[in-house]
Design a protein around this ligand. Sequence first.
Ligand code: LLP
Length: 414
Amino acid sequence: MDHFLYRNERLFAEDCDVEQLAKDYGTPLYLYSRATLERHWHAFDSAVSSHPHLICYAVKANSNLAVLNVLARLGSGFDIVSGGELSRVLAAGGDPAKVVFSGVGKTVAEMELALNTGIMCFNLESGAELELLNEVAGRLGKKAPVSLRVNPDVDAGTHPYISTGLKENKFGIPMDEAELLFARAAELPHLEVTGVDCHIGSQLTELKPFLDAMDRMLALIDRLAAQGIVIEHFDVGGGLGVTYNGETPPHPDVYAAAILEKLNGRPLKLIFEPGRAIAANAGVFVTQVLYTKDNGDKRFVIVDGAMNDLIRPSLYGAWQNIIPAVKTDRATTRCDVVGPVCETGDFLGKDRELAAGSGDYLVVRSAGAYGFTMSSNYNTRPRAAEVMVDGDKAHLVREREKLSQLWQGEQLLP
Ligand code: LLP
């Protein structure tokens, strides 16, 4: 459930009229709903309320400071993948003691920053990283809390670009090397083994791959216990899918209940790293129609938003619903919604039934996750403004980029 609903043919974000917001703030525009973000976070948190747990929102999905701050106020933890994301979490008032640091390529500088900040856990992904972190922590006179991300080799059944839990993917430590590396981590003086983690992919719409991964990970945790390596927390990663086009992913309640059943009384604290499930349907992308044109059989609706603003359709062939900000009774036609970027792959949607004319506003749904965070300045296009609505109030949470910011730091030759 989200808070983007029509009232008398006009789309509202909570109690704000979307077309009016587009006029007030300009387009292209990202719009987020605070109530939806909070609702989705609570759906996760209350699903596991009977068990020790921490929800660590995956910052990469949407890292706007206001989004992070709204979640921090709920007591959320954060899953980060860079020093930049850690700095954002701190700037947004997040608690470093609730931060887990994922990713295959942490640098020395990032390790130092995270150690000095006092994060909850490093999710390590290779033997080399483990040795380096031990060295860096030793130099700083610290002990680094670590978890090893193990690749359970299960097929997440999702798009190959966002599947991460197969042997052939770059992520995690192969299951057959895991015990050796845990033993190594346990003997290193500046590391403290606290957890095990996995993340098998994103936009999963079935429970089975999660549960297959659970079985393999729990068997590993039991083998480690037999060797005297006691694991305190199990981080199950993110990946729970959302509805873009009729998919029916499990509700967090169903997902959590299945996980708790698998846990079978083991006293492990559970960590979840949801990104998309919290942010995707808490945001929309609003764009204005510039022109329409017909090339033979094909009708194009040319809008002011493009692949540089929202790359998911171009990059993954992702389908996101496109709806009018104001419904009309004009006849619809089948059209491709395309942007001004000079690439054939620049489209937001293909073969959509819309009654869009010049000046109308269109709204791309489910754009709150991996929307703005994946945007770029390709074609020297300033990045969109971001607004968060809260009831009948709208707040500008990132101003539209100014052209001069785009070449800041560039130099002419002498
Ligand atoms: N934890 C780890 C270690 C991850 O790599 C990811 C996502 C998450 C958590 C959060 O996953 P989520 O709950 O959002 O599925 N750009 C792609 C998605 C890439 C996901 C990368 N990792 C997209 O737009 O579909």
